[in-house]
Design a protein. Structure first.
Length: 367
């Protein structure tokens, strides 16, 4: 193998002549790596991000909008895209799919290293810089960002201070928005910020069920159960379906010991009660109850006392049925349109009337 002299400034080094020269980086997927001997270098790992499975829940409107911004921009400049959400919500898949669609070289940057910002600003071509779990991999100590390096220096590059005359697309993913505050509310740095919801839509859930659930008659039970979970990723839903298919059983058989977190719903409601009249002379009707709720602040003696209350239930309102337990008593009547529940306590010969005003699932508004 022949040797050649490699010049860097006034320094000449004798190296093996076993490398090719490229004026620009070819399209492909590269890992950015660092060691003390070579400094920063790129390791090609593939042509693009590969998906050997069906992609669910992609927001094509968002993806198309970002792509058009890059394609239609008359001035070459930096652009930041931040995708935030808990693990399993689909943000990383969306970020990788977006990176592929940009049809540019993709440089994966997993950790900070000496000279990183100089390297980024020295790349003289359109390219995607991909930062996964940015808030975890680019910080100082346990919580803080290194604002002098990965923070402020990267901000300067994204602002265009190091204007290369090319489009550098920065795609960042975060599990939590615990990042340098100067990244936020600054479209010149992060032009697009998309947050992924941990609550799966019924449309997406139905699509996954149609693809994997063997017994379609269990689809509604699956939808009802998933709607009670605190967090439902695509992987979790697939594991639940796998359990149903494997054991050919209903969800009731395993839901109490399956490793998922059941959400708690807080019901806000107006309530009153009425003791049974054996003669049926003083029966209390729904119409009277609604009128009493309406006139609850009145001083008239004919108005029944109505009080405001909250209750914690382990399922959403639409899944309550006659026979379900509400506030310790069995439901004997439910009106889904007017959101009225009537429960009966046989031992006390009493009915309780409840007008549901709102239901909250954790911090999410349900109805």
């Amino acid at each position: 193998m022949s040797k050649i002299f490699l010049q860097r400034g006034s320094r000449f080094s004798l190296v093996d002549d076993n490398f090719d020269k490229y004026p620009v980086l070819e399209k492909g997927l590269y890992d950015l790596r660092f060691n003390m001997e070579d400094g920063i270098y790129l390791e090609k790992t593939g042509e693009s991000f590969e998906f050997n499975y069906k992609l669910y829940g992609l927001d094509n409107t968002f993806i198309s909008h970002v792509l058009n911004t890059y394609k239609k921009s008359k001035v070459k400049k930096n652009m930041g895209v931040l995708l935030n959400g808990e693990r399993g919500t689909g943000k990383t898949v969306c970020a990788k799919y977006l990176a592929n669609q940009l049809d540019l070289p993709i440089i994966m940057i997993s950790n900070d290293c000496p000279g990183l910002n100089n390297f980024i600003s020295s790349v003289k071509q359109d390219v995607v810089f991909f930062f996964d779990e940015f808030e975890k991999n680019f910080k100082r100590g346990s919580d803080e960002y290194d604002e002098n390096q990965s923070g402020e220096s990267l901000l300067s590059i994204m602002d265009g201070v190091y204007n290369t005359g090319f489009s550098h697309i920065f795609i960042l993913t975060t599990n939590e928005l615990r990042i340098n505050k100067n990244f936020l509310s600054r479209p010149s740095r992060i032009r697009y910020l998309k947050t992924f919801n941990p609550v799966m839509s019924k449309e997406l859930l139905g699509e996954i069920a149609d693809d994997f659930l063997k017994d379609s008659s269990r689809k509604q039970d699956l939808i009802n159960f998933v709607s009670t979970l605190e967090f439902a990723s695509i992987d979790i839903v697939k594991r639940i379906i796998e359990e149903i298919n494997m054991h050919d059983c209903s969800i009731d058989e395993f839901k109490n010991f399956f490793n998922v977190s059941i959400s708690e719903y807080t019901y806000c409601h107006w309530s009153t009660y009425h003791y049974d009249d054996p003669m049926g002379v003083r029966d209390y009707t729904i119409e009277q109850f609604l009128e009493d709720v309406k006139n609850r602040n009145s001083d008239e003696e004919t108005v029944k006392d109505v009080y405001h209350n909250t209750s914690r239930i382990d399922c959403p309102f639409e899944q309550l049925t006659i026979g379900s337990i509400f506030r310790g008593d069995e439901i004997e009547y439910i009106d889904y349109d007017q959101k009225i529940i009537i429960t009966r306590n046989v031992e006390r010969s009493r009915r309780d009337f409840h007008k549901i005003t709102s239901v909250f699932q954790k911090n999410l508004y349900a109805i």
